[in-house]
Design a protein around this ligand. Structure first.
Ligand SMILES: [Zn+2]
Ligand SMILES: [Zn+2]
Length: 349
């Protein structure tokens, strides 16, 4: 066992406070990672506040982890002490189902083991996330951080980055495709950078005119400010692919209307209430409504290498671990450009 300093929500809805988390003794293929930085994802806030149904407390959130390997188990072959590694949204899966065998671990038929707020494969032990000084993970569920990427600004790529990279690749965004990103937040800002680097023509759809300058700075070719897409007649049929990255309610019929024939609207953001769409909005132009979660380990590595090659990382604001509750408040209010990243040195001090 290894004791790490951490911040945890002790009960649903309570602020995060200092805690100690026990990490398991190293198994043969485990690595002990000293965490340097951890991004603050919107889902950390939802889960710490108990907004997503059945949840496990105490909870240590955090699934955008970058650190250094500090110790390795005897059978570890791919990682060495001192390596800079990342851990994203999941730390295990069944490893036998069709999805796992295809490298699509987040779609594991037995359910993936989430990095926190989840049960390990034994069905008993809980997982605790990266708001901590250290974590123990099987090396197969770690990725290498390319040298060109800074640790702090790379951390959010482990969730936000792969969540947008995966659908952009699956629906083949590239030269000649017109991609719209709905919402310029944690996911949206990196979606713009990646879609642009893939060679697509990129538009940002936002309800906030204040985001226009940023959209262009991040690489967008066009910016459309709208709260009601039904009135945007000039945009009808304008896009091949729309990435929906917002958690607020949006008129999906109007949004689908912006797709050309055979276009796809991909849901990435999660609205708290159920949402509907009229069949006709899809049928009329053979459009698709789809959903997507993050990519698997192999694709996460591919995404990091792609980002290193194209000089892409996230726009971040560094915070101290002790300031996490204030950061949650600001995140809730949309007051961050575009991701908080916790400097774990603050927790070690
Ligand atoms: Zn996340
Ligand atoms: Zn599986």
């Amino acid at each position: 066992m290894y004791l790490a300093k951490a911040f945890a929500a002790q009960r649903r809805g309570e602020p995060l406070t200092a805690w100690q988390v026990q990490r398991r003794a190293l198994r043969p293929r485990d690595v002990l990672i000293e965490i340097d930085f951890c991004g603050v994802c919107h889902s950390d806030l939802h889960q710490a506040r108990g907004e997503w149904g059945r949840q496990l407390f105490p909870m240590v959130p955090g699934h955008e982890i970058v650190g250094h390997v500090q110790r390795v188990g005897p059978a570890v072959s791919r990682r060495q002490v001192g390596d800079r590694v990342g851990v994203g949204c999941f730390v295990d899966s069944c490893r036998r189902c069709a999805s796992c065998l295809e490298g699509l671990e987040p779609y594991c038929e037995q359910g993936m083991t989430a990095t926190y707020n989840s049960l390990e494969r034994d069905g008993l032990t809980r997982s605790y996330g990266g708001y901590a000084t250290a974590i123990v993970v099987d090396e197969a569920y770690t990725v290498a951080i390319p040298e060109a990427l800074p640790s702090d600004a790379a951390a959010p790529l482990l969730c936000a980055g792969i969540t947008v990279y995966s659908p952009l690749r699956h629906w083949r965004a590239g030269p000649g495709t017109r991609v719209a990103v709905l919402g310029l937040g944690g996911l949206g800002h990196v979606a713009v950078k990646i879609a642009r680097a893939l060679g697509a023509e990129v538009s940002v759809l936002s309800h906030s005119a204040r985001k226009e300058q940023d959209a262009f700075r991040l690489g967008a070719h066009a910016f459309h400010c709208a709260t009601d897409f039904a009135t945007q007649t000039h945009l009808r049929g304008a896009f091949d692919l729309i990435l929906h990255t917002v958690s607020s309610r949006v008129d999906l019929d109007a949004l689908a209307g912006l797709l050309r024939r055979d276009g796809t609207l991909v849901m990435l953001g999660i609205s708290p209430e159920p949402q509907g769409i009229r069949a006709f909005s899809l049928i009329s132009q053979r459009r698709s409504l789809a959903g997507s979660t993050m990519g698997g380990i192999a694709q996460t590595q591919e995404m990091l290498d792609f980002c290193a090659q194209h000089g892409i990382c996230c726009d971040i604001e560094r915070i101290r671990m002790q300031d996490i509750n204030e950061a949650f408040e600001r995140l809730q209010g949309g007051d961050v450009r575009y991701r908080f990243v916790i400097d774990m040195a603050s927790l070690r001090a």
